[in-house]
Design a protein around this ligand. Structure first.
Ligand SMILES: [Zn+2]
Length: 389
């Protein structure tokens, strides 16, 4: 095993209050030692131990790799025209998903795999070292299982989302589709998935249907997460909390009871500002959730219809400008928050024993992620101890 000393870090986000100041556990003039795929040592550069090789960060800021806990990457086709129409005044509707379903079913395995690989690389170049990936554009037994087999080649964080929308073949029989999703489709998908998810929204699945899907998945060993309260107020958030879901995702339209339920549970509120940006909708109120004591994660929701971005720095900048988050809170949500939403303790922090996922910025502080929006600041990325960028 080779050890690498990274020194010359002007400001290090550890997300460990035992190691530095504030919730980010900030350390000035820091150094980190990587040992194989793990972090072996963190502390002041003046006390750094020797290592086999050294890397001088040159006064750059460092932080944990971003943990993007919500993405839909197994798809084919292009929806530029739909985006363009929407930006010309037409509203977003959940049914647009069916456009991508048709293109995805028609695509080869190789084409789908190449698209996932391209997007994972694109995210990595922007500092993302852990990426969740959902199915949901197949909506047949074989197409959903295929999507998860392909996703599993790129990440262990695979999510069965057969309940994305009702498959077109079942347009007149949504109950029959839920039977498929909780029966034969689940049988085919469970071996390739860690999580189960549903789109609980008017036009997709109601609370009883979403509960049936998540409960059936949980019975097969999958842990629930839920698309909830995106397009309007609904029962999704409280269902997620009731079922002990790892995360309620979107949380755009919340009442006081939803906020209280999230704040008093282990269910993370995952906010996806790329979706509001790309649908010209009102942003979720992160300030309200944070002030109530909820755990907040930020993720991209990368998908071809409503949020075609892989950029966590973009999401951080929007969250700070539009959602009432401080730069510290947004960076925490994009790293430690995502890790919580995936129930991971090995990522989202820089501490001895954690996975060696580390990002260097061409900036003296993590605050530049919001202060310099749209600027490519990521200068180096280690993932599992391997220098990838
Ligand atoms: Zn989504």
């Amino acid at each position: 095993m080779t050890t690498t000393l990274i020194t010359g870090i002007s400001s290090l986000v550890t997300n460990d209050e035992a190691q530095g100041s504030g919730p980010l556990g900030l350390l000035a003039e820091a150094a980190v030692v990587l040992d194989g795929d793990r972090i072996a040592w963190v502390g002041p550069a003046s006390r750094a131990p020797a290592a086999d090789t050294a890397h001088d960060a040159g006064g750059r800021a460092a932080l944990p790799g971003f943990v993007d806990s919500h993405a839909h990457l197994v798809f084919a086709g292009d929806r530029t025209a739909e985006f363009n129409a929407r930006m010309s005044g037409q509203p977003y509707r959940a049914g647009g998903i069916r456009t991508t379903v048709a293109a995805t079913r028609a695509a080869t395995d190789a084409a789908l795999d190449a698209n996932v690989a391209r997007l994972v690389r694109e995210a990595l170049l922007q500092g993302t070292t852990v990426l969740e990936c959902k199915s949901g554009y197949g909506l047949t037994v074989e197409d959903e299982a295929r999507a998860l087999r392909i996703a599993a080649r790129h990440t262990p964080e695979t999510t069965y989302l057969g309940a994305h929308v009702v498959a077109p073949e079942y347009a007149d029989d949504p109950a029959g589709y839920v039977d498929l999703v909780t029966g034969p489709m689940l049988d085919a998908c469970a071996p390739h998935a860690r999580w189960v998810d549903a789109f609980c929204e008017r036009g997709a699945f109601d609370a009883d249907q979403a509960r049936a899907v998540l409960t059936a998945g949980a019975a097969r060993g999958l842990t629930p997460r839920l698309h909830a309260n995106q397009l309007g107020h609904g029962p999704g958030v409280r269902l997620a909390v009731e079922l002990g879901a790892a995360s309620a995702d979107h949380c755009t339209h919340l009442d006081d009871a939803d906020v209280a339920a999230l704040a008093s549970s282990a269910t993370v509120a995952t906010l996806l500002p790329g979706a509001e940006f790309s649908t010209r909708a009102a942003y979720p109120d992160a300030r309200r959730l944070l002030d109530a004591g909820a755990t907040v994660a930020l993720s991209t929701d990368c998908n071809p219809g409503s949020s075609f971005t892989t950029s966590m720095p973009f999401c951080i900048a929007v969250a700070v400008r539009e959602m009432g988050m401080t730069p510290d809170e947004a960076v925490h949500a994009a790293t430690a928050g995502g890790a919580r939403a995936l129930r991971r303790t090995d990522v989202g922090r820089i501490a001895p024993g954690a996975r060696a996922d580390l990002v260097l910025l061409d900036a003296p502080s993590h605050v530049h992620l919001a202060y310099r929006p749209g600027v490519p600041l990521v200068s180096a990325v280690w993932r599992g101890g391997v220098r990838e960028v």
